[in-house]
Design a binder for this molecule. Structure first.
Ligand SMILES: NC(=O)c1ccc[n+]([C@@H]2O[C@H](COP(=O)([O-])OP(=O)(O)OC[C@H]3O[C@@H](n4cnc5c(N)ncnc54)[C@H](OP(=O)(O)O)[C@@H]3O)[C@@H](O)[C@H]2O)c1
Length: 315
């Protein structure tokens, strides 16, 4: 199988052939049709806690980055749980000694994938795992967002932000999305109230539309300070620190209104999301597609911090 590997963050990703290993009884081999690119894919190359976790828990070298994928089951162990030919979406898990998803094939287990309904393309499905699951966990696991609630999305135009606004709407909540001028109409098109952060203090502007049951922090508390975010919450609301910085750790540890989360795609979380996509409640917005050989270009673009929606790698 072909995989893109990272030898170090100073060298570009390189495509190599890696021998496929035999399947265990409880595994599935999936031919990958599309890979969703997430900022964590390049952040993990540069160090940080997930890089070290990968080094100690992961499958060893070579380091194949990536989590999200969609594709077709091409081989199933006898307890694999799905038939050959089934279309699936999911996320790889290095703590199960699995390589990442920047590959022509991945080996995963049944509880890591959801079946993709006929109405959903594999490219659209590949946009879901980390972004939509992260937003889902904040709004449905940490909180039970329902009709009438308000959700503030700091970083509305990216992969997580767009998913979050769509999920909020699907749950009957009113989303307020903070974005730059160029993305105001996109955010409004999702049924959200847009706040243009280039026109002044976005948190001050957000006050008029609150209080919020959930605030999704997708940018950083250096830009949107935590104390100012907390002042916009309902009494039971939470700031969900999808992006957290060292200065936030004490607040996360001691304040019930400040929570961190690690978006972890699995079958249970992906099933309602892929069904929502089949109903048209969640829509993919794909900004650009790259070949596996051009995976480094996808990382360069993602690093710019200006991606609207998703980048895909089509191996
Ligand atoms: N903890 C977890 O499990 C987890 C899971 C997923 C993602 N993350 C992290 O969450 C962050 C967002 O992820 P993503 O996939 O959505 O990233 P992304 O797709 O790369 O987000 C890019 C978007 O960020 C917006 N943005 C940049 N600066 C902004 C600002 N000052 N205010 C508001 N929006 C701003 C940009 O829109 P404008 O052009 O309109 O500014 C751009 O469209 C990343 O740092 C990622 O690593 C963490």
């Amino acid at each position: 199988m072909r995989v893109a590997i990272s030898k170090s963050h100073t060298e570009p990703l390189a495509v190599i052939e890696l021998p496929s290993r035999p399947l265990r009884d409880d595994e599935l081999r999936v031919k990958v049709a599309a890979i969703g690119v997430n900022p964590v894919d390049w952040k993990m190359r540069e160090g940080g806690p997930l890089h070290f976790a990968y080094t100690f828990l992961g499958p060893g070298k070579p380091f194949v980055p990536g989590i999200d994928f969609a594709g077709e089951v091409i081989e199933a162990g006898k307890n694999g749980g799905l038939a050959v030919g089934t279309r699936v979406v999911g996320g790889t898990d290095f703590s199960r000694k699995q390589h990442g998803s920047y590959a022509s094939e991945v080996i995963v287990k049944r509880d890591q994938v959801a079946v993709v309904p006929d109405a959903v393309s594999l490219e659209d499905a590949a946009c879901l795992p980390v972004p939509a699951v992260t937003a889902w966990m904040a709004m449905r696991e940490h909180q039970k967002i329902a009709s009438g609630d308000k959700v503030l999305v700091l970083g509305a135009a990216g992969g997580v932000g767009l998913s979050a606004m769509q999920i909020a709407k699907m749950l009957g909540a009113q989303a307020v999305g903070v974005c730059s001028s160029r993305n105001v109409s996109l955010v409004e098109g999702e049924g959200a109230i847009a706040i243009d952060y280039t026109r002044g203090d976005a948190l001050e502007a957000a006050r008029a539309h609150g209080p919020y049951q959930v605030i999704l922090q997708l940018v950083g508390s250096d830009v949107y300070p935590l104390a100012k975010c907390r002042a916009l919450l309902t009494p039971t609301g939470t700031v969900e620190m999808v992006v957290s910085q060292p200065g936030d750790y004490l607040s996360i540890a001691f304040l019930p209104s400040v929570r961190t989360l690690l978006g972890a795609p699995n079958q249970k979380r992906l099933e309602p999301l892929v069904e929502a996509m089949a109903k048209g409640q969640l829509k993919a917005r794909i900004e650009a597609r790259f070949s596996l050989e051009d995976a480094e270009k996808a990382h360069e673009k993602s690093r710019s911090g200006k991606v609207v929606g998703k980048l895909l790698i089509v191996p």
